[in-house]
Design a protein around this ligand. Structure first.
Ligand code: ADP
Length: 394
C-alpha cells in the first residue's frame, strides 16, 4: 500500500511513523523510535493496534549517533513488506523568516535550511541529517519539510520584533514562536469538535517537556510565548522560560561562566529540574512532598496563568482555553490549578470531567470553554506531506 514516512529527529532520539494513504485520508500503521542514541540505544515499534513489532537493544557503539540510528531504523523499515514509500515528511524546527508553510525539499531548500542552523544549533542539524540521507538514498522519493515556526509566520510585525536596532531584525533576530505543528493540529481538531468556539479567541497551552502557549484568532496564530529560540516564555522541564537578559550578562561578566556553560544551564539544568533540584518530569514532582518540588510546580502554574493573561490581552478577551501535550493532556491536578488562576476570565472547571480527562472540562456556567485536545504533530506532518505531493504547485 502507498505510504508516507514521518521522521522527527532529535539529539538523542529518532522517532518515526508510517501512515498509509487511502484517497486523501491517512491511517497510522506504525509508530516507532530509537532512543538512547549514544548511551543505551533501543529500537521499538508498534502497529496501529498496539502490537509490538520490534523491541531491540543495541551496543552503545553500534548506534553511537544520529546517522547510525537512521541506518538501523532504515534497514528495519526496508524489511517491512507491503508498503510503497510515496514521500517522507520531516519535522524541521526552524523555517527562518522565509518559510510560512511546508515545502518540497531540493538542494536549494536544503542549503537555505542549513543557513538557519545558527538559529537552532541544538535541533536544526539533527533535523537536516535524515533529510540529506533520505535524498541520497531515495532521490526519487519526495521529501517534505514541516516547520515548527511556520504557523506563527503570520504575526504582525510589531509583535514579531524585539526593541533592538532594526538591522538585528533584518539579520533574523525575531520572535519566531515554536510548537507550530502542534498548534496547527489543535486548531484543526477544534474546528471538528467545537466548530463555533474554533472561530473565536483561543489560548492553547502546549505543556510538555517543552512548553509554550499560543493565541489563536479564527484558527490562526497571532501570538506565542516563545520567541527567537525555544527558551522563552513558560518554564519547562529543563529550560527556565522568560529570564531577564541581565541574569545572563551577570553570569558571564561577574561569575565568569563561559557562553557554553550558560547555554548548558539554560537548555539542560534549569526549569522544573533546576528549581526542584529533583526532576524535570512533572510526574516526579507531583508524587513528591519535597517543598522544592512544590515550589517548582507553583512557579510553573503561576507562569502559565501570567502568560495566559498576556495572551488574553493580545486577543482582546478569551473564548476558550485548551490544554495539550504531556502535562496538559495527562495531569488533572496541574490543569485544575491553572484553571483556578483563570477564574478572573470566568473559567469554571467541571472536576469530574477534568479527572476523567474529557475533551470538554468546563461547566455549563463557565464563561470560557475549557478543552483537553491530545496533540498529534506526526499526523499534521503526514497531512502536509500528502497535501504537497498531491498538489505540489497549490
Ligand atoms: P515532548 O515535549 O518531549 O514531546 P510530551 O509532550 O510527551 O513531551 O511531554 C512529556 C512530559 O509530560 C513528561 O516529561 C512529563 O513531565 C509530562 N507527563 C506525562 N505524563 C504525565 C502525567 N500523567 N502527569 C503529569 N505529567 C505528565
Amino acid at each position: 500500500m502507498d505510504a508516507i514516512l514521518v521522521i522527527n529527529a532529535g539529539s538523542s532520539s529518532l522517532k518515526f511513523q508510517v501512515f498509509s494513504i487511502a484517497g486523501m485520508g491517512l491511517e497510522r500503521e506504525i509508530r516507532g523510535k530509537i532512543d538512547g542514541i549514544g548511551t543505551r540505544p533501543r529500537l521499538q515499534a508498534t502497529a496501529a493496534d498496539g502490537t509490538q513489532l520490534i523491541e531491540r537493544a543495541f551496543d552503545r557503539a553500534a548506534v553511537r549517533d544520529l546517522p547510525t540510528a537512521i541506518a538501523e531504523a532504515r534497514s528495519w523499515l526496508l524489511a517491512l513488506e507491503g508498503f510503497k514509500l510515496c514521500a517522507v515528511g520531516h519535522r524541521v524546527v526552524h523555517g527562518g523568516p522565509d518559510y510560512v508553510r511546508p515545502v518540497l525539499i531540493d538542494a536549494g531548500v536544503l542549503d537555505r535550511l542549513a543557513s538557519y542552523q545558527d538559529l537552532a544549533p541544538l535541533h536544526q542539524p539533527n533535523n537536516l541529517a535524515p533529510i540529506r540521507l533520505a535524498m541520497e538514498i531515495n532521490p526519487d522519493v519526495p521529501q517534505v519539510a514541516c516547520f515548527d515556526t511556520a504557523f506563527h509566520r503570520g504575526h504582525a510585525e510589531h509583535t514579531d520584533c524585539y526593541a533592538l536596532p532594526r538591522h538585528f531584525y533584518d539579520q533574523g533576530i525575531r520572535r519566531y514562536g515554536f510548537h507550530g505543528l502542534s498548534y496547527e493540529f489543535v486548531a484543526e481538531r477544534l474546528r471538528e469538535v467545537a466548530t463555533k468556539v474554533a472561530r473565536g479567541r483561543i489560548i492553547v497551552a502546549h505543556l510538555g517537556s517543552g512548553a509554550s502557549m499560543c493565541a489563536l484568532r479564527d484558527g490562526r496564530s497571532i501570538e506565542s510565548t516563545m520567541g527567537f529560540t525555544a527558551l522563552d516564555g513558560l518554564p519547562m522541564g529543563t529550560r527556565p522560560g522568560q529570564l531577564d537578559p541581565g541574569v545572563i550578562l551577570y553570569l558571564i561578566i561577574h561569575k565568569g561562566m563561559s557562553a557554553q556553560a550558560v547555554s548548558d544551564l539554560l537548555y539542560h539544568d534549569a526549569g522544573l529540574k533546576g528549581l526542584s533540584g529533583l526532576s524535570n518530569d512533572m510526574r516526579d514532582l507531583l508524587a513528591s512532598d519535597d517543598p522544592h518540588a512544590q515550589l517548582a510546580m507553583s512557579h510553573f502554574v503561576y507562569r502559565c496563568v501570567l502568560n495566559a493573561g498576556m495572551l488574553a490581552a493580545a486577543l482582546g478577551g478569551v473564548d476558550a482555553f485548551v490544554f495539550t501535550a504531556g502535562v496538559g493532556e495527562n495531569s488533572a491536578r496541574i490543569r485544575a490549578r491553572i484553571v483556578e488562576g483563570l477564574a478572573w476570565v470566568g473559567a469554571e472547571l467541571d472536576p469530574a470531567a477534568n479527572e476523567a480527562g474529557a475533551m470538554l472540562i468546563s461547566t455549563a456556567a463557565s464563561r470560557i470553554a475549557l478543552h483537553v485536545i491530545p496533540t498529534d504533530e506526526e499526523l499534521m506532518i503526514a497531512r502536509h506531506t500528502l497535501a504537497l505531493i498531491s498538489a505540489p504547485n497549490a
